[in-house]
Design a protein around this ligand. Structure first.
Ligand SMILES: Cc1ncc(COP(=O)(O)O)c(C=O)c1O
Length: 346
């Protein structure tokens, strides 16, 4: 499908002049400069200067690790921020619409609402796969984005590549694939397909497998054209100095990351085995993530029982196709021991 990405951008965004921050004009790093341009405190305490608005150092490690050009990467204050930026750049309030596929990550609907954009919900099918025919029928000329969460939260499955491919190649708007949990999945990321699909946006995060939820750093990968539009509207200093530094440091420790993923996967297998033997557990859904969707006899009752024993899980029963389902994150082996001990007592 051939089209110009700029046709999808809101007219006001296309026309607007971005805010030009002091640090954009003169980059720090040159020892010979005295910076009197940003009304900062001159007293050096490590955090008295504004952060690099383009997060160059951090982007360099992430883009290298992911094998893409750093001009195809935008970083946000969590992927929640980059998701919001996509709405703001492309969806005209009260005119455009987006498509989401429940049961899925709740923020897409929240952000649609926040941005006054109609959210057209097309339920996943009974195998938790996108219903491509219904999606294509639901699209109209004001549909700007289809959100695909793969691996999907809360169902835990990675969507079929053929179905994603069909949506990507049949839809003239943007397809956002949220890969927050991709590092736990054996399936391939869609990053390698970026060159093939100019309408593809991929979101990932340092909050899950990378273990940095507290830093709030999300990545958005897309064509350089899309990135430059989003760069125009992002808050100038959206990733603080401490987060940039700490993430950089952590990312250098690739072995720690690999070991964490391995141990979470092992713990997940151990938990699955135990859960399958519990009489009130009806089903444990396959999971490409660090959580399990578990169907029980009575979700509210089991949720309360766990809570009384000091364990907080997520009751997902209100989500379509998830009646009596609890979502349980994989904890440390000590936490899982405790969970197992309590579940066995119930
Ligand atoms: C599918 C999905 N996308 C995005 C996020 C948010 O990630 P971040 O912490 O980067 O905002 C979550 C968090 O639970 C998630 O499940």
């Amino acid at each position: 499908m051939s089209y110009n990405i700029l046709d999808l951008v809101r007219p006001n965004i296309k026309k607007m002049q971005p805010y030009s921050s002091a640090r954009d004009e003169f980059k720090e790093g040159s020892e010979s400069f005295i910076f009197l341009d940003a009304n900062e405190s001159p007293v050096d305490n490590g955090i008295n200067r504004y952060p690099d608005p383009q997060q160059k150092k951090l982007k360099e490690v992430i883009s290298k690790r992911k094998g893409i050009d750093s001009n195809q990467l935008l970083l946000g204050n969590g992927s929640d921020e980059v998701l919001d930026l996509i709405f703001r750049a492309f969806c005209e309030p009260n005119i455009d619409n987006v498509i989401t596929l429940p049961p899925t990550y709740g923020m897409y609907a929240v952000l649609a609402n926040l941005n006054a954009v109609e959210n057209r919900e097309v339920l996943l099918d009974s195998n938790f796969e996108p219903n491509v025919d219904s999606i294509l029928k639901t699209i109209d000329d004001r549909t700007k984005i289809v959100f695909l969460c793969s691996p999907n939260n809360p169902t835990g499955n990675t969507f079929s590549s053929e179905r994603i491919e069909k949506i990507l190649s049949s839809f003239g708007g943007l397809v956002v694939i949220d890969e927050a949990y991709i590092d736990f999945s054996e399936k391939k990321s869609w990053l390698s397909e970026l060159e093939l699909y100019p309408n593809l946006i991929i979101c990932q995060t340092l909050s899950k497998a990378y273990g940095m939820a507290g830093l709030r750093i999300g990545s958005l990968f897309a064509s350089a054209d899309i990135i430059s539009i989003l760069n125009k509207i992002k808050p100038p200093y959206n990733i603080n100095v401490l987060s940039q530094e700490k993430a950089f440091e952590e990312l250098l420790n690739i072995n720690k990351l690999k070991n964490t993923i391995i141990s979470i996967k092992e713990e997940k297998e151990r938990l699955i085995k135990v859960l399958l033997e519990v009489n009130f557990v009806k089903k444990v859904y396959p999971s490409d993530t660090n959580y399990l969707l578990v169907e029980v006899d009575n979700a509210l009752k089991r949720y309360d029982q766990l809570l009384k024993n000091g364990i907080v899980v997520r009751n997902r029963s209100s989500q379509p196709l998830c009646s009596n389902c609890l979502r349980i994150s994989i904890g440390t082996s000590e936490e899982n021991d405790k969970l197992i001990q309590i579940i066995k007592q119930l």
